[in-house]
Structure formats: C-alpha cells, structure tokens
Design a protein around this ligand. Structure first.
Ligand SMILES: *Cc1c(COP(=O)(O)O)cnc(C)c1O
Length: 407
C-alpha cells in the first residue's frame, strides 16, 4: 500500500481530502472502492512472500484491502499518528486494544463516565479473562493516580463524555500513565481530529467510532485505533488478521469519503450546538445545560485549550440538558414529553449525523448499566441529550421549544 505522494506540512483540511493510497492505473479522482475478498497473485512465489508479510501486496481482505488502507492513511494523517488500523466498529476497536495490550492479571484505570458499552466490555468480557478495571472520576486526576497499581497497564479516557460532556485533562493523564509504565488510550469520537488531536497531549492510542463524525451521515459502523506503526504491525495487525474484526471495504469507502467534509461539518455542527446550548440555558423549563462551549461549563477553559485543533477552542456538537421534576418518575415523564414533541429531530441514540438526534440516556444508551453505575456516571432520569446536526438553528430551537414550553 504505497501512500499517495503529497508535500509535507499540509493542513488538516487538505489531508482530509487528499491522504490516501496511490491511484490505480485508471487515474480515478475519487478514491476507488475495492469490493473484493481476495487478490490475484502474480505467481506462487509472490503469494508465499506476501502471505509471510515479507513483500508488500494484498492477499485477502481480512489481512488488508486498498480501500481500507486509504481510510486508515487518511485518519492517521488527520490524527497526526504514524498509522491507524481500522475495525468493524468502535467497540471492536476497543476490544482490539484490550486484546493487543492486556493479559490475565493486568489492570485498567478507566473513567466512570465513558461510553456504556465500553464499561460493559471491561466489566463483563475483560473481567472473565482476568483483567480488572477500576473506575474513577472523569475530572479528578488525583483519583486516577490513586487507582494505579503495579499491574496497571492501561489508562482509558474519553473526552468530552457522553452525555454530560465532562472533560478530562489528556496531558495530565498521559503523564500519570507514563510515570507508572502504563499507556493512555483516548476515545476521540466526540471531537474527531478536526477539533482535538490527543497525540499532541501525549496519548498513545486514539480510539475512533467511525460510525459517528468520521462517516458523518449515520450510514455505516466503523472503528479504528490510531497509534505508532510499530503497534499496528507488531501488535494489532496480527490480531485482526486472525480474529477478523476488520472493516468492510464498502464501509471503509463511506467513511473515507465522509472524512472529506469532517472539518466543515464539525465547525457547523458545533456552531449549532453552541447556539442551542446558549438558548437552552436561558429557557425557564431547563434546569441545567451541559456543553463545553458554555462559559458555565466547569472545564470550559480546559476544553477550549484541548479542543483547539482547528485553531480556536470549539465545544463540539453534543450537549445535554436537565428538565425539572421532584421524583425520578416525574423527571422521566418531563424528559419524555420534551423528546416526544419533536417533529424535526430524530429520536435515536446515534450521534455524529447531519440529522440532529435527541435521546434519553438513562433508558437507552445507559439503560443497561445498573442504577449504581448510572448514578456514579451522573445520568439522571431528567437528562436529555441532543447531538446537533446541520438543520437551520431556528428550526432546531422551535423543535425543542415545542415540548419544553408545555412542561
Ligand atoms: C458510539 C461510540 C462507541 C462505539 O462505537 P460503535 O461504532 O457503535 O461500535 C465508542 N465510544 C464512543 C464515545 C461512542 O460514542
């Protein structure tokens, strides 16, 4: 997989449309979709060398595929990492990370506010394999430090979190991890590299759910780990080649083309989120708004510093708000009423789409957590999450007002 020759020091917007493998002999301007499970070999000896990974050349799509290579090159270029390895979904990227880095007896320190399925994976599957996890506060670095043990191999963070948009200090966690001989992985799904590049702050692995902003239009599942070439070649590729959680070429192509508009989408959707958050903060039926772009956000300054890959600090496109209510039942009823009145927004838990989505985390994305885990994560029954898309801001405000005004 020879990368396309490009000048050095290109900007992110340029890499987003240009980084890829070389064109085929036909000179296609839009990257080709190589929808094939295997590749014809020039001769038996070449096939032997390629299967032994002694010579470059594609053999079988579980081992590698040119469209997937282009997607990996483009994402790595955006994150600023040497390499990336694509997976079938964001969750399989996290599974691959654990399979590559951890063994029986190892220990993870993880924010208690990460994506619900990540907690299920660590507490359920990984613990069956003798890997334990300690969950700590997203924002209190002292708790992370106190949780580190001699067998801690991995610190795992996600920032901003879903749905409360808590920000962690990536640099502080990277320093902690490295002083303890451990590694730091950051799930960068919510900001995407257009807003935040965790490598700049010392992260060793950047996790993506390409399902979200990289695709950007809610079409396919995809995932990736961005890291050094050595980790891809020596640790992760041997696993995907065997275990098979690879990205399909079709999905890779969709994400590859989606990334071309990543920068302008992240800016436009963040602008809408900021406008909505500002308006919601002034709405009498709203108790509290969570959005890193608001000066009232507890880690606003950190967010503006960390989420500034595009030059200015940007709050990203996800926000959450709380309605009023005296009991968990009343809170849930009011949250449901606000959600059910929408006529424009989609009631769905996905995010990263051009279509604005609205959801009730406590009964959906975080519904499989125990009540204790949910309380620890701060997901109350009155909480509503909005992931801003590209609709006109006035239509979005009117849509949310429809339900809120009746409470
Ligand atoms: C959606 C999501 C994932 C999982 O990605 P899938 O592609 O759905 O498997 C992981 N982390 C975060 C932060 C997510 O939002």
């Amino acid at each position: 997989m020879t990368p396309k020759k490009l000048p050095d020091n290109l900007h992110l917007d340029t890499l987003a449309v240009r980084a890829a493998i070389e064109k085929s002999q036909y000179g296609e301007n839009s990257e080709a979709l190589y929808l094939t499970s295997s590749f014809v070999q020039p001769d038996a000896a070449s096939a032997a060398r390629r299967f032994a990974l002694e010579e470059e050349g594609y053999t079988y799509t579980r081992v590698g595929n040119p469209t997937v290579s282009s997607m990996e090159m483009r994402l790595a270029a955006l994150e600023g990492t040497e390499a990336a390895i694509a997976t079938s979904s964001g969750m399989s990227a996290i599974l691959l990370l654990g399979m590559g880095l951890l063994k029986q007896g190892d220990h993870i320190v993880c924010s208690q506010s990460v994506f619900g399925s990540t907690i299920r994976l660590f507490s359920g599957e990984f613990s069956k394999w003798g890997i334990s996890t300690t969950y700590v506060s997203q924002t209190d670095v002292a708790q992370w430090a106190a949780a580190i043990r001699p067998n801690t191999k991995l610190l795992f963070a996600e920032t901003p979190t879903n749905p409360l948009t808590d920000i962690c200090d990536i640099q502080a966690l990277a320093d902690l991890a490295h002083n303890a001989g451990a590694l730091l992985a950051v799930d960068n799904c919510f900001c995407s590299p257009a807003l935040q590049q965790p490598l700049r702050f010392g992260a060793d692995f950047i996790i993506h759910s390409g399902t979200k902003y990289l695709d950007g239009q809610g079409r396919v599942l995809a995932g990736a780990i961005c890291c050094s070439q050595r980790y891809v070649n020596e640790v992760f590729l041997p696993i995907t080649r065997t275990a098979g959680m690879v990205l399909s070429p079709f999905n890779a192509w969709v994400v590859l083309k989606g990334m071309e508009t990543l920068g302008i989408r992240m800016q436009a959707q963040s602008e809408r989120a900021l406008a909505l958050a500002t308006w919601l903060e002034g709405h009498p039926k709203v108790k509290r708004v969570y959005y890193p772009g608001l000066p009232s956000h507890p880690q606003h300054a950190l967010a503006m510093r960390q989420q500034s890959a595009s030059g200015n600090g940007v709050g990203a496109a996800v926000l959450a708000f709380e309605v009023f209510g005296n009991t968990p039942d009343a809170l849930r009823r009011n949250a449901f009423a606000a959600i059910d009145a929408v006529q424009v927004c989609s009631i769905t838990t996905n995010l990263g789409d051009t279509k604005t989505t609205i959801s009730h985390p406590a009964s959906t994305s975080h519904g499989r957590l125990t009540e204790d885990q949910r309380q620890a994560a701060g997901i109350h029954q009155g909480l509503v999450r909005v992931a801003a898309g590209l609709e006109h801001i006035e239509d979005l405000k009117a849509d949310l007002a429809r339900g809120l005004d009746t409470l």
